[in-house]
Design a protein around this ligand. Sequence first.
Ligand SMILES: N[C@@H](CCC(=O)N[C@@H](CS)C(=O)NCC(=O)O)C(=O)O
Length: 214
Amino acid sequence: MKLYTFFRSSASYRVRIALNLKGLSYQQAPIHLRRGGGEQFGATYKALNPQALVPTLEDSGSILTQSLAIIEYLDEKYPEPPLLPAGAADKAVVRSMALVIACEVHPIQNLRVLNYVKSRYSQTDDQVNQWAQHWIGLGLEALEQSILAHSKDGQFCFGNAPTLADICLVPQLGNARRYGCDLSRYPRILSIEKNCIALPAFADAAPEKQPDAE
Ligand SMILES: N[C@@H](CCC(=O)N[C@@H](CS)C(=O)NCC(=O)O)C(=O)O
């Protein structure tokens, strides 16, 4: 298996956590998102991922894009440990938590969106950070409430085992810190993060542990 990844990319980080939780070994192909204007825009990489985004996973001749699609693929192909709970309603709750991050927060604080906001509307770095803080804060506030409602006294976003929701949450917190969000407003999220990073699968997937880390 080969993962096209960038150490600081939170979508790549999600897939690295899932691969580690499944105990799967894989080769990393680093794609630097800033060097030379961005290696994701090179013709060879765009032939694999026409969106020019990381991650991309190659497995058994399949080329897979979009981190959540990749993670659900891994979960079907390598079912243990499961990354979604058993019941249909519980699955929907976990997917909903994951999508708060993956659909509502991450896309509008992504590099290309922030670059566009900055250049098209002549915004300063500070204004761009405020944009990111606003959308990240809205998402984390909702997620904190959702976890309190559904996880009861569980150690993770949903109960006592890590799921797709935790896989999306932990990388997003790295982005939140990078843009200066005040995370003390989300005590339950912070305690879940602590429980996650105590697991080697999460710790080993962290940006600073990757071979392409700067
Ligand atoms: N929804 C996509 C998002 C992928 C994505 O936005 N990747 C970012 C890094 S986290 C990227 O490649 N950005 C490059 C750019 O903005 O030019 C996924 O989950 O895979």
